[in-house]
Write a protein that binds this ligand. Structure first.
Ligand SMILES: [Zn+2]
Length: 315
């Protein structure tokens, strides 16, 4: 039972300490705390606590790029818990066969090894935690040099669109516990990739700053836009900067957003399957040509959508 740290279905699985003991291989350090008495995983059963097999921690990857994400799953008789990584905390959501959450890496998070801690509660009320290490790899950001006439530099004011950001942040902060997504992720429209996630901008020769918070796909106005995965439409309205925008909630704190569309064909509250038509490529809002701005938010952090579709996130 012990020693299952290895590759199973492309995921890294760490078998937590079990009652039948065994070697202390693997990096996971497991600690059990009981509210009623000091105990460890292989302590003798007491009349009031039923022994429970220890849960398994499954990570979709232990190496992840900046602006990537890791799918963290805990399988077993677990009723709740949370994951801490890079100073952020994410509640475990109820999936079909496990508790899980998406753990994002911000574009600005430092490369290197970082501790990941999972706290969990078992169905008999006892608590435990497990520590792992995730390696963050630096991503290479391109820089777009833009010359802006003096008369238009007011548009660079970060307060422009602050209301819109606040609205989106409030949408992205709501975690639907159930897993709504299923299967692989799809690029939402056909066209050329014109601006990658994370691209920085240098205005009038200034130091490159900011990171493009999505993936831009150039396509003719009216080109269909499809849901990247299954979920519920939580926003479908016209915004000042992003124009006609749809946001789909995939559960577990993961969302996809589709901006600058000429029109949308879904309503808030509607359930969509992967590949369902949600709107059309357009040039609405602050946009200088027909394109889809596609963004993904995990745990309130904007991450690179292409890492979902190219498999580098491991799920
Ligand atoms: Zn964009």
């Amino acid at each position: 039972m012990r020693g299952a740290a290895g590759l199973i279905l492309g995921a890294f699985i760490v078998a937590l300490a079990s009652a039948c003991g065994g070697g202390g291989d693997g990096d996971a350090k497991l600690v059990f705390n009981s509210p009623s008495h000091t105990s460890v995983a292989n302590a003798s059963p007491t009349p009031t606590s039923t022994p429970i097999p220890p849960p398994e921690l499954i990570l979709s990857a232990t190496t992840v790029y900046q602006a990537g994400a890791v799918l963290v799953s805990v399988v077993g008789e677990v009723t709740g818990g949370n994951v801490q990584f890079l100073g952020r905390t994410f509640p475990l959501a109820q999936g079909s066969q496990s508790l899980y959450t998406f753990v994002p890496v911000d574009a600005e998070d430092a490369p290197g090894d970082h501790p990941l801690r999972v706290d969990f509660v078992l169905s008999n009320g006892s608590q435990g935690h497990v520590d792992e290490t995730i390696s963050v790899i630096s991503a290479q950001w391109t820089v777009d040099a833009i010359d802006v006439p003096e008369s238009q530099t007011g548009l660079l004011d970060p307060r422009v669109g602050a209301d819109e950001l606040e609205l989106l942040n409030s949408v992205y902060a709501k975690v639907t516990p159930q897993k709504l997504w299923t299967g692989p992720w799809a690029v939402p429209t056909a066209g050329a990739l014109t601006t990658r996630f994370g691209e920085q901008r240098s205005y009038n020769g200034s130091e490159p700053s900011g990171h493009h918070g999505g993936t831009d796909i150039g396509a003719a106005e009216g080109t269909p836009v499809y849901a990247t995965n299954t979920g519920r439409v939580v926003l479908a309205r016209e915004l000042r900067l992003r124009g006609n925008m749809v946001v789909v909630d995939h559960g577990g704190g993961l969302f996809s957003g589709y901006a600058h569309m000429s029109a949308f064909s879904v309503a808030e509250g509607q359930f969509v399957q992967q590949g369902d038509l949600i709107g059309y490529v357009g040039n609405t809002g602050l946009s200088t040509g027909a394109h889809l701005h596609w963004e993904m938010s995990a745990g309130g952090v904007l991450v690179d959508g292409m890492r979902f579709t190219d498999g580098t996130n491991g799920f």
